[in-house]
Write a protein of this length. Structure first.
Length: 388
């Protein structure tokens, strides 16, 4: 008799992980001296943790004290430092009691969704969107409600879109800067969306993991617009600490204890050593800003070079480290196009269907957080490939 497989096991794949595997395989098969693969598929900084964070971890390991479980919401000094970050960067008072340290932003989303929503609840999000939003919601028995966005709204939701929803969703996820398009909401736009959510009983979840990585546009936090919003952030992107698996949430008062109970049962705590390193990372601004300067140069190289190569329909790249390219003039099959680009040009990028299953066949996401030399080489390779 066949054993049951749970509905949660039916979550679709996160395709960028498949692209990473294919790019790794191609690199491994290259003969000595052959041009390497240019990695533009993954949103992972090419730099590691800042020196001060690594040194803090080394001191902790050498100190001899056991690095055991912490409180479910994390070490008190780290939570206080995160609260101080909101005061210093945004001018927003956040009590440390409302800060929850999590196992990356990826660990924060299930906690937020379980605490805020019930099975069957609809949660709205702009498309294109970060795939795990929808996949986690679906695995938890909730219903993603997709708002098709395009260049006319800068790939962000609008209050007019929300007003048209009938019935109202239980929640709304926004991201600014967003993945994959890199566009941002202005403070007024974010405040208007937060106000609409408050007036309509819709829980706002604000993904702010790319804060720190913007290029001329001011970053605003939902923590400064709404006392009922859930804010998710991470040390993975600006702080270059992807593998440390450390993030945080700013929670509304009514969800503090529910999230704490869920965290106790699901994760116990984020890794102690990663928490030590994360606190020290706040003191590494000079190194982190130097990393950001590399991304800014990469961005400028690609904004100039990709249109010359034939990719001339790009979303406004306000922040993060991605370019969202409309390739409808080249193909409606972004999966096949990306596979050929990897095999024939040695460039890995992510098919748009990962972020927009309905319309993503005509889009690619290019990541520019890699080495500057690779970003400089990419447009020429793409131009030569398309002219073959």
């Amino acid at each position: 008799m066949a054993l049951k497989v749970g509905k949660g096991a039916e979550a679709p794949p996160f395709l960028v992980m498949d692209v990473i595997a294919a790019a790794n395989a191609r690199e491994a098969a290259l003969p000595p001296g052959a041009p390497g693969v240019l990695r533009m598929e993954v949103g992972q900084p090419s730099t590691g943790a800042p020196r001060g964070a690594a040194e803090a971890a080394i001191r902790a390991l050498q100190g001899g004290a056991p690095l055991g479980y912490t409180e479910a919401f994390g070490l008190r000094p780290l939570r206080e430092r995160i609260a101080g970050h909101y005061r210093e960067k945004y001018g927003v008072a956040v009590p440390p009691s409302r800060v929850a340290v999590t196992v990356g932003a990826s660990g924060a989303f299930p906690l937020a969704f379980l605490a805020a929503f019930d099975v069957g609840d609809r949660v709205a999000m702009a498309a294109p969107f970060y795939p795990p939003y929808a996949n986690i919601l679906t695995a938890l028995g909730m219903v993603p409600q997709v708002l098709p966005c395009d260049a006319s709204t800068r790939f962000q939701p609008t209050v007019a879109m929300l007003e048209a929803l009938d019935p109202r969703p239980a929640g709304l996820i926004v991201a600014s800067p967003c993945n994959p398009a890199g566009t941002m909401l202005s403070r007024d736009e974010l405040a208007a969306i937060a106000d609409w959510c408050e007036r309509n009983g819709v829980r706002l979840v604000s993904d702010e993991i790319y804060h720190g990585l913007s290029y001329g546009m001011e970053e605003s936090t939902a923590a400064g617009c709404s006392d009922s919003a859930i804010v998710v952030n991470s040390f993975s992107k600006y702080f270059s600490m992807t593998g440390w698996r450390i993030g945080w949430m700013v929670l509304p008062e009514d969800l503090v204890r529910p999230v704490e109970c869920l965290a106790q049962n699901m994760f116990i705590s984020a890794p102690h050593i990663a928490q030590v390193a994360a606190e020290a990372a706040f003191g590494c601004a000079e190194e982190l800003e130097a990393n950001k300067a590399v991304y800014a140069r990469n961005r400028a190289l690609l904004l100039r070079g990709l249109p010359e190569a034939g990719f001339d329909k790009l979303a406004e790249a306000d922040g993060a480290f991605y370019l969202w390219a409309d390739i409808g003039h080249l193909t409606n099959d972004s999966v096949g196009f990306a596979a050929r680009m990897l095999a024939e040009a040695g460039i890995a990028a992510t098919p748009g269907v990962d972020f927009d299953p309905a319309r993503g066949g005509r889009f690619l996401r290019f990541s520019y957080c890699g080495a500057e030399a690779a970003m400089a080489e990419a447009p020429g390779r793409l131009r030569d490939w398309l002219r073959r």
